[in-house]
Design a protein around this ligand. Structure first.
Ligand SMILES: C[S@@+](CC[C@H](N)C(=O)[O-])C[C@H]1O[C@@H](n2cnc3c(N)ncnc32)[C@H](O)[C@@H]1O
Length: 381
């Protein structure tokens, strides 16, 4: 049974729905799903990420790794510290959510005397930018000047570009493979109700990708051109250093597996995963798994070196997660048990350890990362 939204939340969702309808009407009755997803998530003051929804944590709709334990961010700090030292560079975090990861990474870099001159955040949501500023001001007031929010990617950047669960939050194209070839799936109106409608693919890049995938009639799935474009822009910005992206997904052969014929698009509402992306617009997160083969190819095509691809479990364990956990004595059960429990969720194959992956791209000849030393799976992409 799904929790009932409050009257205020319902009124907000009705405003978002009216806005989405107006987009469809203004576009002569049809928009591609990527436009629906973009607006439902990011329309200023309306979209899920751009208005006041709680989103993360127990009272929100989903829980991300940084919200589960500070050990996630602390481990990532150890993973990236050698690159910061080697490049003398900075950190740039994309899509920083509540600011939790930034606070944990910075705290650990300070403890280990590895602080960069700046920790930059690029965040598309004004609401989340404010939340991140509050988190940093509350927990790390000494870093007020060191953390900076950017409005666009810098033209030149050295150091580490980091993103946790950013690629899965980018608007995806939906494609329906039919007897007559692939069609782009979009949203139309039947009276006031959103309905699916398939159109010929006008975008040449999307059509070429859909034709190359050549999936059987009836197959519906996503193609995330925005993720590929983001990696290409990061490649342009990064002079020397590392791009590290953590997200859930798989290689193309698993992504477009015959059994996954309904794709991976889901709505998340109060810790329930739903198949219906039209449910309560503005109150639900919309996400799709990441096709890491496409991400890898986009990076390589943009001139980056693929420095590693592995499971979240391998990356965190290689980077010293267990050693950090052991800094809390197991005899101090009240402190140790919640951390051990969160670590178990991060690395267990039945939870996040296997579904979540870490992909790294390097440029400028930086040394290999310890995080990819064991369990590297680049060959599977
Ligand atoms: C699923 S949330 C993850 C938040 C946080 N990284 C975490 O792990 O808790 C996705 C985040 O990416 C942001 N985002 C989406 N598109 C982005 C883009 N093109 N550039 C930067 N941030 C983006 C969202 O506003 C949000 O902060």
């Amino acid at each position: 049974m799904l929790p009932t939204p409050t009257p205020d939340a319902l009124a907000h969702s009705q405003r978002v729905t009216a806005y989405l309808r107006s987009l469809i009407e203004d576009a002569d009755g049809w928009i591609p799903f990527s436009h629906y997803m973009e607006a439902a998530l990011y329309a200023p003051g309306l979209g899920y990420y751009a208005a006041g929804a709680m989103k993360f944590g127990a009272a929100g709709d989903f829980v991300t790794a940084p919200e589960m334990t500070p050990l996630f961010g602390r481990t990532l700090a150890h993973a990236i510290a050698p690159v910061l030292a080697e490049t003398g560079g900075e950190v740039l975090e994309l899509g920083a959510g509540s600011g939790r990861l930034a606070a944990d990474v910075l705290g650990e870099l300070e403890r280990t005397n590895a602080l960069p001159a700046r920790y930059c955040i690029l965040e598309v949501s004004a609401d989340l930018r404010q939340r991140q500023q509050e988190t940093i001001a509350r927990e790390l007031p000494q870093f007020a000047g060191r953390v900076q929010w950017l409005d666009a990617l810098p033209e030149h950047f050295s150091g580490v570009i980091l993103g946790n669960e950013v690629l899965d939050a980018l608007p995806v194209e939906l494609v329906h493979w039919t007897e007559a070839g692939p069609k782009v799936r979009g949203v139309a109106l039947d009276g006031e109700i959103f309905v699916w409608q398939d159109h010929p693919i006008a975008d040449a890049a999307l059509r070429a990708r859909a034709e190359t995938l050549n999936l059987p009639p009836g197959y519906v799935s996503e193609i995330n051109l925005a993720a590929e474009a983001l990696i290409a822009s990061l490649a342009q910005s990064l002079d020397r250093g590392l791009i590290l992206m953590v997200d859930y997904g798989f290689s193309a052969s698993e992504y477009y597996h015959p059994q996954r014929h309904m794709g991976t698009l889901r709505a998340h509402y109060r810790h329930h995963a739903l198949d219906d992306p039209f449910y309560l617009p503005g109150l639900c997160d919309l996400t799709a798994h990441v096709d890491f083969s496409a991400v890898a190819q986009a990076g390589i095509a943009a001139g980056l070196e693929l420095s590693g691809y592995t499971s979240q479990a391998s990356f965190l364990l290689n980077s010293g997660l267990t050693e950090l956990l052991m800094q809390t004595p197991p005899t101090d059960a009240a402190a140790y048990l919640p951390q051990a429990n969160a670590v178990q969720r991060l690395v267990s194959p039945a939870e996040m350890g296997e579904l979540f992956k870490v992909i790294g791209f390097g440029t400028g000849g930086i040394a290999p990362l310890a995080g990819f030393a064991r369990g590297d799976r680049r060959h599977s992409l």
